[in-house]
Design a protein around this ligand. Sequence first.
Ligand code: MF3
Ligand code: CO
Length: 264
Amino acid sequence: MVARWRGRDIELKTPAEIDAMRAAGALVARTLVAITAKAEPGVSTGELNDLAEQTIREAGAEPSFLNYVGYPASICASVNEQIVHGIPSKAQVLADGDIVSIDCGAVLEGWHGDAAVTIAVGAVSEADLALSKTCEESMYAGVSAALVGNRLSDISHAIQNSIEAAAKRDGADYGIVAGFGGHGIGRQMHMDPFLPNFGDPGHGPRLRPGMALAIEPMVTAGDPDTIELDDGWTIVTADGKRAVHWEHTVAITEDGPKILTLPV
Ligand code: MF3
Ligand code: CO
């Protein structure tokens, strides 16, 4: 989501409500697995969108992105230098060597799930694979910091640390996108709090059982500056270098972080 709120009213879910969110999250995960299997050279992002919408509706759920503040599709499909919020289309045909980030959300019985993966299409460069792995690992580093008693910015800091360590390992100069980040989630897709993907530890609200957060780092192969395209949605890197995006919806519980958007 766009960096918009700095609220302090964070919805707390009961264990039964977390279970309901898990059902929504499992559907999102299953949809992303189906999309990943279909995302090959020659397939359009519009076809991936149709598959997502069909999978979600057949499960008795609704695609939460469709018509969200006017968004015209059921998934975001962001190819290569597109970071997030790419609009899928039949005209955008995937080619060998592309990377495509698919962001998907569903609402099932009133509860939201939100997750994203970056998919390698055909044979992708080592550099792009390392970039995607960096982002995925940083997402899990953030998840590992989603502990009762930690503060919100401990998650941000864990994500940043992970990306900076990966940049050293890879001899790369990765960028962390600033204007977008994670968010609270529950009966709505975007709720308080906003969760930056970098920052000093020890700030923000204390994490409590029953909070649910979408953790979603975006990492660029170069400069982190972004541009919004004239379609009013697609966010691309200003320097034209490639970018990736991974996301899970996570519940904070006494037993540790519970990822709600893993496949069953
Ligand atoms: N996971 C994305 C986000 O939190 C979802 C974008 S939804 C859209 O920003 F509808 F705005 F595309
Ligand atoms: Co999200």
